[in-house]
Ligand binder design. Sequence first.
Ligand code: XMP
Length: 320
Amino acid sequence: SWTAGAFIDESVARIRAQVGDEAAVICGLSGGVDSSVAATLVHRAVGDRLTCIFVDNGLLRKGEREGVERTFRKHMGIRLVVVDAADRFLDALEGVEDPEQKRKAIGGVFIDVFNQTAIDEGTGATFLVQGTLYPDVIESVSAGGPSVTIKTHHNVGGLPDDMPFDLVEPLRELFKDEVRQVGRELGLPEEFIGRHPFPGPGLGIRVLGEVHRERLDTLREADAIYLEEIREAGLYDEIWQAFAVLLPVRSVGVMGDARTYDHVVALRAVTSRDGMTADWYPMPHEVLSRISTRIINEVDGVNRVAYDISSKPPATIEWE
Ligand code: XMP
């Protein structure tokens, strides 16, 4: 039967055979479990021939970048380059409202920034690590076939022609729970292993409609409170994914004796094994109540909080 230890040995041998004794390798870290585990596996196979690149796209959650820097530089001793490219992403998103157009814009800038960084850093890399999982492969086949594309996940489906790398995809046969076991076995910190999945386009597809810096800041604050309270209540590990969404409407409220006309935040929490189907999570009322009170009191410009009670299908996990 499958064990993480045996998988690691096999995978390290396979990566060495693919990459050889000389070639340099790069990996885009997203801050998520998949790319982190993939990078750590490859690091074990090729050591300092691996360079990781973390692109700060301005669409990250609160504290994300610092967490990645801490984990990879300090704990894991992996060579890490952090690029601050928020302005470029936000420029590319200007005037873009459609979810697929947003993914395209974000994916396009990401490739440019990533390639340029690989060159600027003089890595000479010919291989690129990707944290593609089995469900990604399946979902992109079933949903992205000739008939209909539900969402394009830009981390699946090979590489655009302008990325001059061979792919190393050590997790292609694994489910998320297996990836987590491998990560544990590799010594990644537990707080990293247990993290909820986070989409590549980040808060860019959670600020519904056009993305602005100010809206991102609002969402980032609300999302941080939401996750903090879920952790505090001891519920984080029961949930597959929990996040806040900023709706593109305003609603009327009352504060003291004044009328407000402000933002609405929707909270989403689902359980799932692989993200392909999902059930909405029955969040305890007292936890919802605390979260709602805190978000409305602490986040400027938000006067209403709603809880999403849709499962997948027919809804999807993300709103866009
Ligand atoms: P949906 O919303 O399709 O999401 O039910 C299923 C899983 O995929 C994640 N997701 C993405 N991940 N790029 C990514 O890297 C994307 O464009 C993207 N869209 C959705 C989502 O967070 C969930 O875990």
